[in-house]
Design a binder for this molecule. Sequence first.
Ligand code: IYR
Length: 224
Amino acid sequence: MSTEEPQSFIDYRPEKHTIEEMLEQTERFRHTMQLRRSVRQFSSEHVPYSIIRAAIHAAGTAPSGANKQPWTYCVVSNPDIKKQIRIAAEEEEFESYNGRMNKDWIDDLRPLGTDHIKPFLEDAPYLIIVFKRIYEMADGIKRNNYYVNESVGISVGMLITALHIGGLAALTHTPSPMNFLSKILNRPENERPFLLIPVGFPSHHAQVPDIARKSADAIIAEYF
Ligand code: IYR
């Protein structure tokens, strides 16, 4: 028998819109999101923390396995900590670019122009380091969370969206392996690094690769 309180339910009656409004809003959102780009050259211009905090708060509305909300968002603006993160990330990335990634991977990355040097880790005013919480401790008992990667992935997607709508640029960065982040940020055992997201304004000379998104036809299989 569960020792927890039974779940209570509340009414949910969201406002209904006309079909025209529904399509217009959705297309407007798509147009906004079409303008989002992964940025690797950041300005050091100050960004009010209130925007970062509001975007993370929005990410916290994501659905999650059994509503465990298995995420912790660490926000770093301290220059010394950013430098430590850059040094450790560049050491790992050097190994990745010089042997750990296979030839196909290196070839696939060439159009992006990336290498192991990561100035954005110091230039961006904020680094958001996302940790997934693989279990929780309650009264000394370990309880695993559910669908942790799916849950945190959805939440981060919402974060990236919120940052973009808030007028900020971001990069989903995955230095690999990234356990150095747990050490530098002194995170508890139940948290594992998931993604590192530099956030700020793009530098005035920022460039992004000239890529296209797949068409709707290319990504949808319809079974009507
Ligand atoms: N983590 C490395 C390599 C890298 C891998 C993929 I997949 C990318 O889409 C981009 C980069 C880096 O950040 O440079």
